[in-house]
Design a protein around this ligand. Structure first.
Ligand SMILES: Cc1ncc(COP(=O)(O)O)c(C=O)c1O
Length: 428
């Protein structure tokens, strides 16, 4: 019942692909993870055996209906949703948010206020900025502390008012890696009479997510960030979703979840999403025994197993991020743009961004790519955060995002490559 990295890695065919003799090192995970074979198989089975639209009398249509139902149930387990009907599938987080913002906006009057943060990905910023522009709403901004890389939630108290209708916040930052205190933020918003819309795209792959415990009203994530296919998912509190007008065509159902799932969905994406959740459950069952005990509050079976798995993965990833930050801090001119204190690792995901004095982030990403080490550079769509950190104009940061299938050896290789390239880049 120990964490078995070899067994994990053997599930992911992409991890053994080589270019010539050189292995691929995937540290681009915050932008999209690799998938286990089981995800590919489930998607291919869906396309080969259940490829039909819903609601027909024939076999493939019945099977497609099963695929869709299973996917809603799987996501309800992953997020501890009270009901599978509260799970809405869509193309991706951004599209779902732009779509839902229309329905949410129907509940607002000119002069109402939305609170956004300077830490969030633009997908949880611009949909609301556009809504505010269209409806005459006010936007208020919650900054983060540039020393601690966290929110000072007393500032949220100052921003909340009886005009606040919505607080939009990320579960974890895709740039600086901070995990936000969604439970407290949701409570404060609720006390002020506002809903909370959580962009959990970067937290769900790393942190056990329990919408009932968090107390938020909406939570959105993307399966391609948690070892599944390109697929967006929203959880919404039933009474809130039912209070909204769904923007839909007439023949679409009036009931949840179909009322918000516009047009024909990607059934193969749903099948792959179920397989990604089942993959996590497999980890929970086969190597997360002690974490199963800590997750007794979840009814047994898959729900408990996925939450146990995520706790187990978080522990492993904490080891990786500690090693990564330690190594980066020993390199000349490197500045980690995020939490670095060893005793604060529980407050961050393993996504680490850094800048190097005098060296453009793109230069570093390009040099690493030559060694088949995949990282991203730039602002990574966290536009407000990059601007707040003062790194936007200089090309953002280099972002290294290990996940549970990465190894300490891969991090050593990255750190060694950086060590070799940085002094030379500095001299140039
Ligand atoms: C924090 C965060 N939110 C939203 C998104 C957008 O997700 P999607 O591609 O599903 O629209 C991303 C993508 O990287 C992200 O990191």
């Amino acid at each position: 019942m120990q964490y078995d990295l070899e067994a994990i890695r053997s599930q992911f065919p992409a991890l053994s692909v080589r270019d010539g003799d050189t292995p691929r090192v995937f540290f681009d995970n915050p932008a999209g993870t690799q998938v286990p074979q089981s995800v590919v198989d489930r998607m291919s089975d869906c396309l080969l055996e259940s490829n039909a639209n819903l609601g027909g009398y024939f076999r493939t249509s019945e099977l497609a209906t099963t695929v869709v139902g299973e996917a809603h149930a799987a996501m309800a387990d992953l997020l501890n949703a009270p009901s599978a009907d509260e799970i809405i599938f869509g193309q991706n987080m951004t599209t779902i948010t732009l779509h839902l913002s229309r329905s949410i906006g129907r509940q607002m009057q000119p002069g109402d206020e939305i609170i956004l943060t300077r830490m969030d990905h633009d997908a949880n910023v611009q949909p609301w900025v556009l809504l505010a522009r269209d409806l005459g709403l006010e936007i208020k901004w919650l900054p983060f502390d540039l020393g601690s890389f966290e929110f000072d939630l007393s500032l949220l108290d100052d921003l909340l008012s009886d005009k606040t209708k919505l607080v939009c916040v990320g579960g974890a930052s895709n740039l600086i890696g901070t995990i936000n205190d969604i439970k407290t933020i949701s409570r404060k918003a609720r006390d002020a009479g506002a809903w909370t819309y959580v962009d959990a795209v970067q937290s769900v792959p790393h942190v056990s997510t329990d919408v009932q415990d968090l107390g938020c009203d909406f939570l959105v994530c993307s399966a391609y960030k948690f070892f599944g296919p390109h697929q967006g998912i929203l959880w919404g509190r039933r009474e809130v979703l039912e209070a909204l007008e769904a923007y839909k065509v007439r023949p679409a159902p009036d009931q949840l979840p179909g009322s918000f799932e516009t047009g024909t969905q990607s059934h193969e994406g749903m099948a792959g999403t179920t397989a990604a959740v089942d993959y996590l459950a497999w980890i929970g069952e086969s190597m997360a025994g002690e974490f199963q005990d800590k997750n007794q509050k979840y009814e047994g079976g898959r729900r408990r197993s996925v939450h146990a798995a995520l706790d187990c993965l978080f522990e492993y990833e904490t080891g990786l991020v500690t090693q990564l930050i330690d190594g980066l801090q020993q390199l000349p001119g490197v500045r980690v743009q995020g939490i670095t204190a060893k005793d604060a690792m529980a407050r961050r995901v393993p996504t680490v961004s850094f800048t190097v004095d005098g060296v453009p982030p793109a230069t570093i990403a390009e040099s690493l790519a030559k060694k088949n080490i995949f990282v991203w550079s730039g602002h990574n769509y966290a536009v407000e955060a990059a601007m707040a950190l003062g790194i936007y104009d200089a090309g953002g940061a280099v972002r290294v995002g290990p996940v549970h299938y990465n190894t300490k050896g891969e991090l050593d290789a990255l750190l060694l490559s950086l060590d070799e390239m940085l002094p030379r880049a500095n001299v140039a």
